[in-house]
Design a protein around this ligand. Structure first.
Ligand code: HEM
Length: 127
């Protein structure tokens, strides 16, 4: 398994993360569970934040922390009720994005495993 610090470069860097996150937000924009959670009408800024975070986590530029400080993602998700339905909706959108990003099988499995783990850890409600 790739060290997450090398993943970004190995898969092709910025264009790949761009494609991944923009495809994810295309799905969010038409998801009846997720869309109402977003405080801003314009999903553009949220897309930029998720892209910067994922780039940083996987060994790319550290712009997320430069702009947003420590991620504290559980805390930042606290205002939104995230139960099994929201978690599964998020993973449905992400599955499409991951499948279409053009990863080889090993990198796809690695990032997918992370996404399922991260989505479960963001859950803050049992219903
Ligand atoms: C922000 C929903 C899981 C990363 C947000 C926001 C919402 C949201 C509504 C606010 C949008 C904004 O930035 O203005 C959800 C739901 C999830 C989920 C329903 C279901 C499990 C995740 C996961 C990750 C993640 C698994 C990381 C792998 C982020 C990041 C931000 C964010 C980086 C921006 C934080 C900031 O700097 O303010 N999410 N999220 N989210 N989410 Fe999630």
């Amino acid at each position: 398994m790739t060290d997450p610090r090398n993943f970004y470069a190995e898969v092709g860097g910025a264009p790949v993360f761009d494609k991944l996150v923009s495809r994810f937000y295309e799905e969010v924009a038409r998801d009846d569970v997720l869309l109402p959670l977003y405080p801003e009408q314009d999903l553009g800024p949220a897309e930029v934040r998720l892209r910067m975070f994922l780039e940083q986590y996987w060994g790319g530029p550290r712009t997320y922390s430069d702009q947003r400080g420590h991620p504290r993602l559980r805390m930042r998700h606290h205002p939104f009720k995230i139960g099994p339905i929201e978690r599964d909706a998020w993973l449905r959108c992400m599955r499409i994005a991951v499948d279409e990003a053009g990863f080889d099988d090993a990198h796809r499995d690695q990032i997918w495993e992370y996404m399922t783990y991260a989505a479960a850890s963001m859950q803050n409600s049992d219903f």
